[in-house]
Design a protein around this ligand. Structure first.
Ligand code: F0G
Length: 457
């Protein structure tokens, strides 16, 4: 092995079951071939998401006992506020129950009808909240992000030239904010470089447009900067993370990822106006501004998670390298994956894996269902189903990328589990020609991927 074992050991375990092949076939059929609709008890290894699926530390569990459940001014809120300030560097913090709630408040505070939001690449809920405000979303990611086989270090980067042209064309008043997502999820968990963040901020500042980062996976992005960007090799990840924040006016965070908790989120900013606005809104939509939809104990676990993730570089280094190792097993066996491997997940290129299926038969959705049938491993579609439809024209957004995400929860699975998953997927790859596509039989109006149903064609 070319990297160290995890910097933690296992203190408590949870039983999992492996259903028989016929059991899996009926479970996935009943779920309408949508892995979101599977029951957790029918899943052996759950790689659906890294969101809220982390194992907390003994220190975080101990923190749960110290919940101050006062309605207002809970001690745990001040601990959270201090942790965010120390680690991310923002003085103003608004807690929310999870990431999309922070996005909701940010969209309400910043977006007027007809205004644009420029992003490296959308995330489903981030775009939804902007569109609900009558805003128009524009992706400005570098072109190589759309090529799964192109091995570049920072495929999450903004295309600065295109962004500049768009600002010129639209005019600054037509742009609500620039949203940069660290370790861009929909692009395959691909990082943004420090240089790109700096260039983006310079451009935005010239036109007085605020830059808001989706910092949900900014820690993992910071690790990639250390590993790949010249000049940062010797800097602790903690410092890199804080430096990234200098190039933003604020952040929205789903704490269910980097921050190592099962629920929670926040937004943070150094801009007083954004703070005042969102602090007023949080009371309407989430709860008082000193709990924002979280219990005191949840805030304590979160405050501790934020500090723990940057205590030293060992945790994040192991985390990212474990995902890379898993991707390596698949790549070596010839399975088409997105390269380089992202920070939180390995993405299968379903267009290549199931090259005999047209996109109208949902190759990524099909592959995700077939992986479950093969080895009881749960994954997620990230392709044309997730891309959804334009709210006005109802036309499909379409998606150049047709991916299946195998997302690795933090501190939950050993390499044995991931090895088993890789073996199942390699076996499936060998008989890929036998896999039939899907037809959609039920389509929800918004965020359709969560609840859509399918049948085999
Ligand atoms: N931003 C990013 C980049 C995300 O990945 C997510 C959630 C959110 C915002 C929303 O946060 O779930 O706490 O409300 N991503 C999960 C995933 C659902 O599986 O990738 P939330």
């Amino acid at each position: 092995m070319d990297y160290l074992p995890p910097p933690w050991k296992i203190k408590m375990v949870e039983k999992v079951n492996l259903l028989s092949r016929s059991g899996r076939e009926s479970a996935v059929k009943e779920a309408g071939f949508n892995t979101f609709l599977l029951k957790s008890r029918d899943v052996f290894i759950d790689l659906l998401t890294d969101s809220g699926t982390s194992a907390m530390s003994d220190n975080q569990w101990a923190g749960l006992m110290l919940g101050d459940e006062a309605y207002a001014g809970s001690e745990n809120f001040y601990n959270l506020e201090k942790a965010v300030k120390d680690v991310y560097g923002f003085s103003f913090v608004v807690p929310t129950h999870q990431g999309r709630a922070a996005e909701h408040l940010m969209a309400r505070a910043l977006v007027q009808k007809g205004q644009h939001v420029l992003s490296n690449m959308y995330f489903t809920t981030s775009r939804e909240h902007v569109e609900r405000r009558g805003g128009i979303w524009q992706d400005c990611i570098v072109p190589e992000a759309h090529d799964p086989q192109k091995d570049k270090p920072f495929k999450g980067n903004f295309d600065i030239a295109r962004t500049g042209r768009l600002i010129k064309k639209l005019g600054k008043n037509k742009i609500a904010f620039i949203r940069v997502e660290a370790n861009c999820n929909m692009a395959g968990g691909q990082p943004v470089s420090m240089k790109n963040l700096e260039d983006l901020k310079t451009l935005a500042e010239r036109h007085e447009i605020p830059v808001i980062m989706d910092a949900t996976r900014a820690l993992e992005n910071a690790y990639f900067i250390k590993a790949r960007e010249k000049g940062w090799e010797k800097t602790p990840v903690k410092k890199i993370l804080k430096n990234m924040m200098r190039f933003t006016d604020g952040i929205t965070v789903s704490s269910k990822k980097d921050n190592l908790v099962n629920i929670g989120g926040f937004l943070a900013t150094r801009n007083k106006k954004i703070f005042e606005e969102t602090k007023t809104l949080v009371v309407v939509y989430e709860g008082l501004h000193t709990y924002g939809g979280m219990s005191g104990r949840d805030m304590e676990a979160l405050a501790r998670g934020i500090r723990e993730m940057v205590e030293n570089d060992d945790y994040v280094e192991h985390r990212v390298k474990q995902v890379e190792w898993f991707g390596g097993l698949l790549k070596e066996a010839g399975v088409p994956i997105v390269v380089p491997v992202g920070g939180h997940a390995v993405y299968l290129d379903a267009k290549k894996f199931l090259s005999h299926l047209p996109q109208s038969q949902y190759p990524a959705q099909t592959l995700s269902a077939s992986i479950y049938e093969e080895c009881a491993v749960r994954s997620m579609e990230r392709g044309i189903v997730s891309a959804g439809r334009d709210p006005k024209t109802r036309k499909e957004h379409g998606s150049k990328l047709e991916l299946v995400r195998l997302t690795v929860p933090r501190r939950v699975y050993t390499n044995d589990h991931l090895g088993f998953a890789a073996e199942g997927i390699v076996n499936l790859f060998k008989k890929r020609q036998t896999i039939r596509g899907l037809k959609m039989t039920y389509e929800p109006k918004q965020l359709r991927f969560f609840q859509a149903k399918f049948r085999r064609v």
